[in-house]
Design a protein around this ligand. Structure first.
Ligand SMILES: Cc1cc2nc3c(=O)[nH]c(=O)nc-3n(C[C@H](O)[C@H](O)[C@H](O)COP(=O)(O)O)c2cc1C
Length: 273
């Protein structure tokens, strides 16, 4: 089967598929139908833009039938004020109820997050959901042990990130690492894949945003993520392959409080040329 098929009855020869292809592997033939250029198979990144742009459903990729791609409803976009409020209204949540989040809800949020952009559409992100709250607590504990070891070594990271406060907080019964969250969601990829870190971080932020309408609270779990990459006792709890690294992690649960206002942020530093 060729890279893509075109239904001649549906194709209007408008060339949209050819125009949007990011790697330029679709040309229009003399009859006005899209055809694959030489070497198209190996250059195609399977982004599906050629399928998605056609309003007639005329083109299907070998890997992606038009009939399997959901139709976008008319006027599906949000208004600028809605988006601005949504983005500015999100807060990092650090106080969680004890309630468990159903797996189906987390799966649904991840399903939306997998639509985040990724370099050359490689989609290198892999997910671990630490659903077991006891394991989340164990990861927090091991993160503290990692911090203690760095304090003993007098590492500059321990000094600059003030690990001493985090450790003494833990010893006094306060978890500044996983904040008592019931769940931890981790995004990881191959260590030697230069696309993986950025793709994981982007998918992670999509995850945070997609979690909001479900009434979930999330917070980047930066300390725990660092420990998972550096401290074998922490890594062993989630058992990620040694060829991989964790590039983003999030505390997840139902928030104890909502927020009443949008806090101030720095003015954007923009240069126009
Ligand atoms: C890469 C990254 C790592 C972070 N790690 C932590 C963390 O370990 N613990 C924490 O409480 N917050 C963490 N945060 C959350 C930031 O502190 C938070 O985004 C910032 O204070 C702004 O607050 P807001 O998200 O509510 O706007 C992290 C954020 C990012 C982007």
């Amino acid at each position: 089967m060729s890279l893509f098929t075109v239904d001649a009855l549906l194709c209007k020869g408008d060339g949209r598929c050819c125009q949007v292809c990011p790697v330029g592997i679709i040309a229009m033939d003399s009859k006005g139908y899209p055809v694959a250029v030489a070497g198209a198979e190996e250059r195609c990144i399977n982004c599906g833009h050629c399928v998605a742009v056609c309003p007639h459903g005329a083109l299907s990729l070998k890997s992606m039938a038009a009939s399997d791609c959901a139709l976008l409803p008319q006027g599906w976009n949000l208004t600028p004020p809605q988006v601005e409020l949504f983005l500015k209204g999100r807060r990092s949540i650090r106080l969680f109820k004890k309630d468990i989040v159903e797996r189906a809800i987390i799966e649904r949020v991840i399903d939306a997050a997998r639509y985040a952009p990724s370099g050359t559409n490689r989609q290198p992100v892999r997910w671990v959901v630490v659903h077991d709250t006891a394991k989340v607590r164990q990861i927090a504990r091991e993160t503290i042990e990692w911090m203690r070891s760095l304090i003993v070594e007098k590492s500059s990271m321990a000094e600059s990130l003030r690990f001493d406060y985090l450790v003494s907080g833990w010893d006094a019964g306060r978890d500044f690492i996983c904040r008592g969250a019931p769940h931890l969601v981790l995004l990881y990829g191959l260590k030697d894949d230069m696309i993986a870190p950025g793709s994981c971080m982007l998918a992670g932020e999509y995850f945070e945003l997609a979690a909001l309408p479900h009434g979930l609270g999330t917070c980047w779990a930066g300390y725990a993520t660092m420990a998972l990459n550096k401290w074998p006792a922490a890594a062993g709890i989630v058992n990620i392959s040694s060829k991989c690294a964790c590039f983003a992690g999030f505390l997840v649960g139902y928030p104890q409080n909502g927020y009443a206002r949008i806090p101030l942020r720095n003015e954007p530093r923009i240069t126009w040329r």
